[in-house]
Design a binder for this molecule. Structure first.
Ligand SMILES: *Cc1c(COP(=O)(O)O)cnc(C)c1O
Length: 211
């Protein structure tokens, strides 16, 4: 579809209701607040990551991206496109972000908001950054909720985490997740490139422009 799937169009040929159904499915899967979510079907996981990073930058123009060195290149691409500062944090042998180094970097950059990219399945090792630990680290480093933005790159696993028994919860319920991106042609195996970006409506309102 051209444009916002939630906004009616005067163009007769469209598939908005299908796109909205897809977005609603993921909103339910990730327990997005019923009155505060927005999303769309993207061309790929990369686009969802770009979208998440752009919304983060609009919220925090002076923010610093924190992400692990095993992060997919699309996050580095976003930093490049949108001219955002980025701190690349080393990883533990399993491929998760090194939480201690993350804390030191957060403390060193105190005063500038944190834009956290959380990997829900890295490309090579399938490592899942521990969201609860990252939230704990932000707290210990002295970042209140108004000083950070959390994006989850769920290109690989965001789709299946909710179905895995004993997996850490990936959802909007805690109020600490701002956006999630997933790739449709990776784990789901969709035959054409696609993805889904989901976020809070309040974040999108910041970038809305009347056309
Ligand atoms: C592949 C991948 C992406 C990007 O997904 P595309 O749909 O190929 O653009 C993002 N993050 C991770 C971890 C990936 O493996």
């Amino acid at each position: 579809n051209l444009g916002d799937p939630f906004v009616p169009s005067n163009y007769g040929v469209h598939s908005r209701q299908f796109e909205v159904a897809v977005v609603d499915f993921f909103a339910k899967l990730w327990k997005a607040p019923e009155d505060d979510y927005w999303g769309y079907v993207t061309t790929c996981g990369t686009e969802g990551n770009l979208h998440g990073m752009l919304l983060a930058r609009e919220t925090f123009p002076d923010g610093v991206i924190y992400t692990s060195k095993e992060t997919h290149y699309s996050i580095f691409k976003a930093a490049n496109y949108y001219r955002m500062d980025i701190e690349v944090i080393p990883t533990l042998p399993v491929g998760e972000i090194d939480y201690d180094v993350l804390e030191k970097a957060l403390v060193a950059n105190k005063g500038r908001p944190a834009i956290m990219n959380v990997n829900i399945g890295t490309t090579v090792k399938g490592a899942v950054d521990n969201l609860d630990r990252i939230l704990g680290t932000l707290k210990t480093a002295g970042y209140p909720r108004e000083q950070y933005h959390v994006h989850c790159d769920g290109a690989l696993f965001a789709m299946m985490m909710p179905f895995v028994e004993d997996a850490p919860e990936l959802s909007f319920t805690s109020g600490h997740v701002d956006s999630i991106a997933v790739s449709g042609h990776k784990m789901l195996g969709c035959p054409m490139p696609c993805g889904v970006a989901l976020t809070r409506r309040t974040h999108v309102e910041k970038v809305e422009q009347r056309i």
